[in-house]
Design a protein around this ligand. Sequence first.
Ligand code: GLN
Length: 490
Amino acid sequence: MNIVGLTIETLHRALQAGETTVREVCERVLERIDALDGTIGAYLTVDGERALQRADALDRERREGAPLKPLTGVPIAIKDNICTRQLRTSCASRILHNYVPPYNATAVERLLDAGAVIIGKTNCDEFAMGSSNENSAFKIVRNPWNPERVPGGSSGGSAAAVAADLCVAALGSDTGGSIRQPASLCGVVGLKPTYGRVSRYGLVAFGSSLDQIGPITKTVRDAARVLRVIAGRDWHDSTSSNHEVADYEAALDGELKGIRVGVPREYFGQGLDEEVKRAVVMAIDRLADLGAEIAEISLPHTEYAIACYYIIATAEASSNLARYDGVRYGYRTARAGNLREMYRRTRDEGFGAEVKRRIMLGTYVLSAGYYDAYYLKAQKVRTLIQRDFTQAFAQCDVIAGPTSPTVAFRLGERTDDPLKMYLSDIYTITANLAAIPGISIPCGLSRDGLPIGLQLLGRRFDEATLLRVAHAYEQAYPFEHKPALEMSGS
Ligand code: GLN
């Protein structure tokens, strides 16, 4: 069984035909992790033994006649800020280096109910704060397409694992682009659902009004499959929606005729790399060839999005991260004479530089004297950004543009300049501010052989249209490139 390029769809076909077993597939995946992940660094924890036990149990059920469930036997990797029972969940932070949750996130529970096999936990930026995975407290992730480049972030481990075939699909989380941007930089599919579409129960909170869990996969169909499994109301999360969960896979087929694609003027200006621009413009022309109507639109408040996001996200983070105090769980300093000192030292030793920067920024914008000038103002700007989208979606059904202004950048290139790092989030953060869904699909390679992503944004709870357009593109213009990864014995 060759697992390179293996998708949920092809895996199920092979299982159905009796050509392989869940155990065999899991063994191949674990072997590949063994051979390649020392270099890539996508996993923080590999749960091999339990994965194989579960694989055997699933094979047994199958032999006894159980039908395939939507994800039976699918080796899935989970970002390390999503809780997994009895499996370390560190958020790539020293402060949670030894945290083993007593419960599963709802999304994880639903994957397991659908038959998935959890392979392990993937590396990420500490508490999902970053765009390059360089903020992990434990190790960097190398982009499978070029080991000198970042995989993107913060779900860099999940995207790299999917791109390098170290799993079949993965979960990531997206607060300002953390699913879509690494998917773009690693040449895979990444979907951020509408806010409230997927339960956040068990997702370690970063920016609670922005965070969403979503799939990273090799194909649009696989993303549709995983989304259907994890979406839906959950009484553990009061912000999860009752909105009906569509049969996203059934909705994939259908023409693009009549679909109106809006192209925002503001997404093609300064800062956008020429090669990325060319590939994305060509992808949009192709959508037109497939029957979509293309219209130029405007999202006039885009230029305020970075400032707005980095106020709201840091404000929420400063409040969410107050709970890490060394008392109940996680890291506790060894050197403290009294309680205050224990708090201070624990947090000083437990958090990395970027997390501290955000806690300080967030505390500042929420402080009594500055609340109105920053936090309140940012909330008003957020409303204007939401209004931009409402107005745009009166003229179009989906919005198309680049996911990231550049291809994967060099490791270390932006670590000394946080603002430069933040600016690379310009096309993705607006979707979180507006609570709308977005998907990134590969649409080309740069001259240096690095993937370029096309981003599509949709109306709230209209993941079906988003997936349908992405699928039509993928079917007509399949992305047939793979990173060149040498592995002995395969
Ligand atoms: N890169 C953005 C940030 O650093 C987004 C992160 C995310 O979506 N989790 O905040």
